[in-house]
Design a protein around this ligand. Structure first.
Ligand code: CAA
Length: 395
């Protein structure tokens, strides 16, 4: 089935012809290159190197990165429009794209030196190599300020020791933006960020994370054993790491909203097509209220998610000149869109009945893929915490 057939284009109030073109170009690419291979890579769990390489060649790995650093030099809205289309074809490709763009390139562009931008952003934004972001540890997930991996001062740099988990793209990454404790007595204010090169001695991959969904994206633990990292690879000042991690996640969460929207739309399109064709009790099943009301709720939540995502992307774009935080907008978009992805994928399986549970149809993949959006880059509970604290003026 072709994706996107049944989905209306979003409201045009903020979309220019250039934005529409970016969306259409990415959609055409995704339908041609990714849709035909998505089930295969989900089944095998292999990393889809060839399609990821083509995404890089198309400019999708550094959409907001200035052309001087190998990127496409577009805006925040272009990024979410393109990521939505890739994720509609396959959420795992969307994960790889979102980490390269928002968790890796964005942080270095914002906090890195000129030399770091040239050395680390250029190859990732141009699609030559893959980047990753590593905050989580086996004993520190939502409470990110309690990490144990440490970096101790050594001659000309630092020695890193510890184990980090759930690192998207680690097995295929050339560089990893990593967060470590340089002074545990200062708690979150003792965290420092480093740009680790995976070829450096003392760096190793740990166990592969056996995942429910987004199986074509490569995810593993990483291990540091006395890994020397020169001072030139520190991102920002000592102790700035937590704020860098959080600011980068603000950008990342908008990407996950786009990914969620793509999954929700794929689930909705499949359901709409099935409801129009499948017959039961002498009628198309779309005639039954039990099915049609599900479709109505799916469509409404999708369009609401889209508006929250646009709002967040525009806030991010404004922040490039104003410097204002867009934490609230990002968390609201991520929360609502990810719960919409799960809602739509759940409804899609139900609408499809038995075949919805079968690997012969894509909706069971959407169902497995949707769940991660409520967990990574901050669980739904963390998003609610961030939103409530912001509204109550607690932060
Ligand atoms: N931008 C800038 N600064 C921020 C910030 C933001 N968005 N959020 C918080 N800060 C600052 C605060 O202002 C505060 O500054 P001071 O030290 O000057 O007071 C400091 O950071 C600490 O803030 P909090 O007191 O709010 O910190 P907290 O310990 O209560 O935690 C939290 C806040 C929101 C719960 C945070 O820990 C969090 O987001 N947790 C979830 C972590 C997460 O999303 N992990 C996913 C990792 S990535 C991944 O999923 C894998 C992958 O590969 C894709």
């Amino acid at each position: 089935m072709a994706i996107g057939e049944a989905t209306l284009p979003g409201p045009s109030l903020v979309l220019t012809p250039e934005h529409e073109m970016i969306r259409q170009t990415t959609r055409d690419f995704a339908e041609r290159e990714i849709v035909p291979v998505a089930a295969h890579f989900d089944e095998t769990g292999e990393f889809p190197r060839e399609t990821v390489r083509k995404m890089g060649a198309l400019g999708l790995m550094g959409i907001e990165v200035p052309e001087a650093y190998g990127g496409a030099g577009l805006d925040a809205l272009s990024y979410v429009l393109a990521l939505e289309e890739i994720s509609k074809a396959d959420a795992a490709h969307g994960t790889v794209m979102s980490v390269n763009n928002s968790l890796f390139c964005h942080g270095i562009l914002r906090f890195g030196s000129e030399e770091q931008k040239r050395r680390y952003v250029q190859p990732i934004a141009s699609g030559e190599a893959i980047g990753a972001y590593s905050l989580t540890e086996p004993m520190s997930g939502s409470d990110a300020g309690t990490m144990r991996t440490r970096a101790e001062r050594a001659d000309g740099g630092y020695r890193l020791t510890g184990r980090k988990s759930w690192v998207t793209s680690a097995p295929v990454a050339r560089f990893i933006l990593t967060f470590t404790m340089t002074d545990a007595s200062l708690k979150h204010r003792g965290i420092t960020a480093f740009l680790v090169e995976t070829s450096q001695p003392g760096f190793a991959l740990g166990k592969t994370e056996p995942k429910l969904g987004i199986r074509a994206s490569a995810t593993s633990e990483i291990v540091f054993e006395d890994c020397f990292v020169p001072e030139t690879q520190r991102l920002g000042a000592e102790g700035d790491g937590f704020k860098i991690a959080m600011a980068v996640l603000d950008a990342g969460r908008i990407g996950i909203a786009a990914q969620s929207l793509g999954i929700a739309e794929a689930a909705y399109d499949a359901s709409l097509g099935y409801a129009r064709e499948r017959e039961a009790f002498g009628e198309k099943i779309g005639q039954f209220q039990g099915i049609s009301f599900k479709l109505a709720d799916m469509k409404t939540r999708i369009e609401a998610s889209r508006l929250l995502m646009y709002q967040a992307a525009l806030a991010k774009e404004r922040s490039k000149t104003s410097g204002e935080r867009y934490t609230l907008e990002a968390s609201m978009a991520k929360l609502f869109a990810s719960e919409t992805a799960m809602f739509c994928a759940h409804a899609a399986v139900q609408i499809h009945g038995g075949v919805g549970y079968s690997k012969e149809y894509p909706v069971e993949r959407y169902f497995r893929d949707a769940k991660i959006t409520e967990i990574y880059e901050g669980t739904s509970e963390i998003q609610r915490m961030v939103i409530a604290r912001s509204e109550l003026g607690l932060r």
